[in-house]
Structure formats: structure tokens, C-alpha cells
Design a protein around this ligand. Structure first.
Ligand code: FES
Length: 174
């Protein structure tokens, strides 16, 4: 991977963590440390984020994606790579990236409790991640869904993917 691409990924990671830190007090978060991630590794990268029994049924819960991350000879311990909203319905869990697809701020739960809201440019999203008709929204696409799997023992894992912001289509960047 080129130095330019690594630097770009690092800058995006810092931006995401910064946005998350700025709004982190607004919602309870879970942190679960898991196996290291390595730049350039191929295939899905799954991060354990919660226990199924920790998740309320029907209400979105914001959790942090935390993992050790390797880059060259350096391993950064317990890096917060991003945040996601988990929504449980029975034994089924879905995940939406909390990174706003407009310009990358952290999406919050709106004051009315019935939808998502990005405070940076006042954009609303439905709980399924779509852009609700008739509501202000600057994004060119809905929130980004992420893969979820639940182990037989009840661990909830999310597939870690970053998508380019500001575009109408989803382009994975790491
Ligand atoms: S960054 Fe979310 S609306 Fe602009």
C-alpha cells in the first residue's frame, strides 16, 4: 500500500475518532477489545462489540468498534476505529455505521427518539438508515449498513468497513 493511501486512511481514522469523541457523551457506548487488525489484510474483519443480551430489543444502541491495529511494525492498542448503531429484534441484529455519509460526523439519536440526526449539517435518517422523505438531509445516500453475526454463545460481531463519505454510492476505503 502506498504511503499516500496509508496517510489518507490514518487521516480518516483520526477524523472519525475525533467526531466520535466530540459527541460521545450523548450516548452510552460499549467497548470490547478484540484481536488486532492489520492494514492491508484481506477479507472481512469482524470485531466483537457486544453480547446479544446487552442489547435492548427494538431500540438502537451505539457501540464502539475497538481493536488493536497493526501498521508496519507498530501496533496501536485498543484503537477506536469507529462507532455503529446496533438494532436488535429478537435474535436478529442489524448494524449501521454511525459515521454520517455526508461528511463523516457522528450521527446521533434525534431528540424525539424516533430517528437519527446528524448535528453537523442538520440531516435526518430513519432508523433503517434511509433518508426520510420531507426531512432535511445533506447526504447523498443513507447510512451505511455493516455486516453482523451472532455467535452461538451470544457474541455480536460487526464487519468493520469504512466507506467514502460525500458520494451517492458506497465505496469501501478500508
Ligand atoms: S456531516 Fe452529517 S450532515 Fe454533514
Amino acid at each position: 500500500m502506498s504511503d499516500e493511501r496509508v496517510s489518507r486512511r490514518r487521516a480518516l481514522a483520526v477524523l472519525g475518532v475525533g467526531c466520535a469523541a466530540a459527541s460521545g457523551a450523548a450516548a452510552a457506548s460499549l467497548r470490547v477489545v478484540v484481536a488486532p487488525l492489520e492494514h492491508g489484510e484481506r477479507g472481512p474483519r469482524w470485531i466483537r462489540v457486544a453480547r446479544l443480551t446487552d442489547l435492548p430489543d427494538g431500540a438502537p444502541r451505539r457501540v464502539s468498534l475497538v481493536a488493536d491495529e497493526r501498521s508496519g511494525f507498530v501496533t496501536r492498542k485498543a484503537e477506536t476505529l469507529g462507532q455503529v448503531y446496533l438494532q436488535r429484534k429478537g435474535a436478529t441484529v442489524t448494524a449501521l455505521s454511525a459515521t454520517c455519509p455526508h461528511l463523516g460526523c457522528t450521527v446521533e439519536i434525534a431528540a424525539d427518539g424516533g430517528q437519527f440526526f446528524c448535528p453537523c449539517h442538520s440531516s435526518f435518517f430513519a432508523f433503517d438508515g434511509s433518508i426520510p422523505p420531507g426531512k432535511p438531509n445533506k447526504a447523498r445516500r443513507g447510512m451505511d449498513p455493516l455486516g453482523v453475526r451472532v455467535s452461538p454463545s451470544g457474541d455480536v460481531e460487526v464487519e468493520f468497513v469504512r466507506y467514502q463519505v460525500g458520494k451517492a454510492t458506497r465505496e469501501a476505503i478500508g
